[in-house]
Write a protein that binds this ligand. Structure first.
Ligand SMILES: Nc1ncnc2c1ncn2[C@@H]1O[C@H](COP(=O)(O)OP(=O)(O)OP(=O)(O)O)[C@@H](O)[C@H]1O
Ligand SMILES: [Mg+2]
Length: 317
């Protein structure tokens, strides 16, 4: 063990999700409708990742921005409950904590996000000391953070300079323009964690193998998430596809990708080989689909492994 205070520093966006379920019919302009069920919960991909990684047992700190308001307090409370260190979270009195309203209607959903304080995090909020307090940096949700987006290459370069290992999940681009300087970023990323669609959009290619070929001069390890088909790992020109721990009774897929990342990084920082990281990523992704939302299935390591064994027949290596 080294003398670092944290295993992982997560830099990312924070918000709450207000989820309305069992709505009479889809929203229509000028009409009021009733929902039979409502949940107000921790949202944002980076926060789900941090929570689940902490629940697995890693020492996780979070660096992000919220407003000095009620939703901000909710974010802090939920992260703390899962054991995430919140001392680096900045409360910006000039901003409101972001929120996503999720309207679930049968198999469909509509979402509206108010980014609020997510827009405000910049590279100036991140010091070398903070990065140096952890062994690993994870950055997520590139397109949701305009204040830091153009400095993400610098952030990863700084982390590598300080000998941290690094992972990056760029996530979906709501503008669907996919403008990202990946040539500057990826050389400093140890493991790039896109999903299949994101990788295809990023590269403008039609197949995963063409897409991987396109980034190959710049990327290191790449783990591509493929939903209910599992994941693909590319390491030193060799690809390895691992099928899923299939869940035929999916409650919802919210946070499956972030849980995959948490499982992968948990093994990675503990020195496991990449195939084991991939397998554990698949396993955590599958576990996430067994409960509503992105964090519910992740309480404590022992509990999580119990679900792994009972629902997916997983045996520890
Ligand atoms: N139905 C399922 N059964 C078992 N495992 C699943 C299922 N759906 C997803 N997974 C696991 O979760 C992983 C991540 O899911 P997915 O590919 O949907 O990520 P994502 O698109 O990044 O998700 P997110 O929307 O959370 O960002 C998959 O690689 C797979 O291992
Ligand atoms: Mg994702």
């Amino acid at each position: 063990m080294d003398n670092k205070k944290f295993d992982v520093v997560v830099v990312g966006e924070l918000n709450v999700d207000l989820i309305l379920n069992r709505i009479e019919s889809f929203p229509e302009i000028g009409k009021e409708k009733l929902a039979e069920d409502m949940t107000l919960t921790l949202g944002s991909s980076s926060a789900i990742f941090a929570s689940n990684l902490s629940a697995l047992g890693a020492r996780v700190t979070f660096l992000g921005k919220i407003g000095d308001d009620y939703f901000g307090q909710l974010v802090i409370d939920r992260l703390k409950e899962k054991g995430v260190d919140v001392s680096l979270i900045v409360r910006d009195p000039a901003a409101h904590t972001g929120a996503t309203i999720v309207l679930n209607f049968q198999e469909d959903r509509a979402m509206i996000t108010y980014p609020g304080a997510m827009n405000e995090l910049t590279i100036k909020d991140i010091s070398r000391e903070v990065l140096a307090s952890a062994r690993h940096l994870h950055f997520s949700s590139y397109y949701l953070q305009p204040g830091i987006k153009n400095d993400v290459g610098k952030l990863f370069e700084m982390a590598k300079g300080l000998k941290l290992t690094t992972t990056f999940d760029m996530q979906w681009d709501p503008a669907e323009k996919w403008i990202i300087d990946y040539e500057t970023i990826l050389p400093f990323v140890d493991v790039f964690l896109p999903n299949e669609q994101e990788l295809l959009h990023l590269t403008g290619k039609a197949t995963v193998s063409d897409a991987l070929q396109k980034i190959s001069g710049k990327s290191n390890v790449v783990a591509v998430k493929m939903g209910s088909r599992g994941s693909l790992l590319l390491d030193k020109g060799k690809t390895n596809i691992q099928g899923p721990f299939l869940n035929t009774k999916v409650v919802d897929a919210i946070g499956a990708g972030d849980s995959f990342n948490a499982g992968f990084v948990f093994k990675f920082i503990n020195g496991a080989d990449l195939e084991e990281c991939q397998e554990f990523g698949n396993l955590m992704g599958a576990i996430s689909t067994t409960a509503a939302g992105g964090t519910k299935a992740f309480t404590k390591y022992g509990q999580i492994m119990k679900i792994a064994e009972e629902k997916f027949g997983y045996k520890k290596r």
